[in-house]
Design a protein around this ligand. Structure first.
Ligand code: DGJ
Length: 379
């Protein structure tokens, strides 16, 4: 009785902050930051640096303009992955120049930050759509900082791989193309009249660079970094090796899953195999997730089907893949991270974090109302 009284008194005096700390993940629930506000870092990615985690993501607003970038890229930090401190805006949109590539009102999606140990720079990549142009620009943006929290300085935006053919280029890509191929963003499967290969979108964009929408980054154990992006009117994924400074595409890239309309790619490694999660292409509406495996990044990729099992598995538990996070200090511990979008109020978008289980070589995702890092073995 005395102990409870003491606890109550110390809670009143010290606002119970320690005892209120999150000790588990609760996928799909509101996730308050250190100030009690739902985390605003959508389509995000997490960097583990010097013992701390940094979550970068889209700062979204509510209402009609909610998906245009009014603020920039948010950053949160955490020691334990359950509790996140709002660190403010890492990359700000430009307010006083409406012609700037990242002018306020552009679309800036799926930002990811990686650390380059050689240059000691933090490098951010993101999918950029120029202000007022819908989803037509299909560009990649790059920003850089000396400090993990930023501020990040915008470096450039472009369409990748201009003047380079992929390692698996086909003879028909090399034939001259007509410039009458339509370039519209359909935002859904089947919007193009024929198989994308017959349209040779790759050849059309050879000179000025390939379209790059939903994207992710992956850094291999040897420090080689890759840019994975939805290209060719979203019909085909590309994986592109970055230059050693991580600031540009190197010109070495591969086309994957032509005509499968995959977006939301997230790449990871497990037992020396490379994996990809992705989604179908249905705008903000959820669909069935995809997975694939390969022995090497530029090798043969084989689709493994929907990794989700159980209720709502056909809709990825009402979410879309965003990132795969390896957990430091835990053996084979990988977390699948996805967004449950809410296009009516993007600030209410929820985060789904689930442990990645494996059945032989196949990754499996099972819904859990609540779970903790204890599901993973210590290293
Ligand atoms: C689905 C993508 O994954 C999102 O990042 C966003 O681009 C929406 N489509 C837009 O409809």
């Amino acid at each position: 009785m005395r102990i409870i009284q003491l606890l109550v008194i110390s809670c009143i005096l010290f606002s119970c902050s320690e005892t209120n700390k999150n000790q588990a993940f609760t996928p799909g629930q509101l996730w308050p930051d250190n100030k009690g506000t739902h985390i605003n870092a959508h389509g995000g990615g997490i960097l583990h640096f010097q013992g701390k985690y940094y979550w970068f993501g889209e700062h979204k607003g509510s209402g009609e303009i909610g998906n245009t970038a009014q603020v920039g890229v948010s950053c949160y930090s955490s020691d334990d992955l359950y509790n996140w401190k709002n660190e403010g805006i890492a990359l700000k949109v430009v307010e006083n120049d409406s012609t700037h590539d990242i002018a306020k009102g552009c679309i800036l999606e799926r930002p990811k930050v990686i650390y380059n140990a050689k240059t000691r720079k933090f490098v951010m990549w993101f999918h950029l759509e120029l202000k007022g142009k819908g989803y037509d620009a299909a560009r990649s943006g790059v920003a850089i900082s000396d400090n993990v929290l930023g501020p990040y300085t915008f470096v450039k935006s472009f369409r990748p791989e201009s003047g380079f053919w992929p390692v698996n280029v086909q003879p028909y890509h090399l034939k001259p193309v007509s410039d009458t191929i339509k370039s519209t963003y359909c935002g859904g499967k089947g919007c193009l009249p024929a198989h994308p290969d017959s349209l040779n979108i790759l050849g059309r964009d050879f000179k000025n660079g390939q379209m790059a929408r939903d994207m992710n980054l992956f850094v291999d154990d040897d420090g080689t970094a890759y840019h994975i992006y939805a290209s060719e009117e979203n019909s085909t994924l590309h994986i592109s090796q970055l230059t050693n400074d991580y600031l540009s595409n190197s010109g070495k890239y591969i086309r994957l899953f032509s005509g499968r309309y995959m977006e939301a790619p997230a790449m990871f490694k497990h037992n020396d195999k490379y994996y990809l999660f992705a989604s179908d292409c249905t705008g903000w509406a959820p669909n069935a997730a995809r997975s694939a495996i390969a022995d090497s990044v530029f090798g043969n990729w084989t689709e493994l089907g929907n990794p989700c099992i159980g209720k709502d598995s056909a809709l990825t538990f009402y979410s879309q893949s965003t990132f795969v996070l390896p957990v430091a200090g835990k053996k084979d511990a990988l977390i699948f991270i996805s967004d449950r979008w809410n296009p009516k109020d993007h600030t209410d978008g929820r985060y789904i974090w689930l442990p990645i289980l494996f059945e032989k070589e196949k990754p499996v995702l099972k819904w859990m109302d609540t779970w903790s890092l204890d599901v993973f073995a210590n290293e």
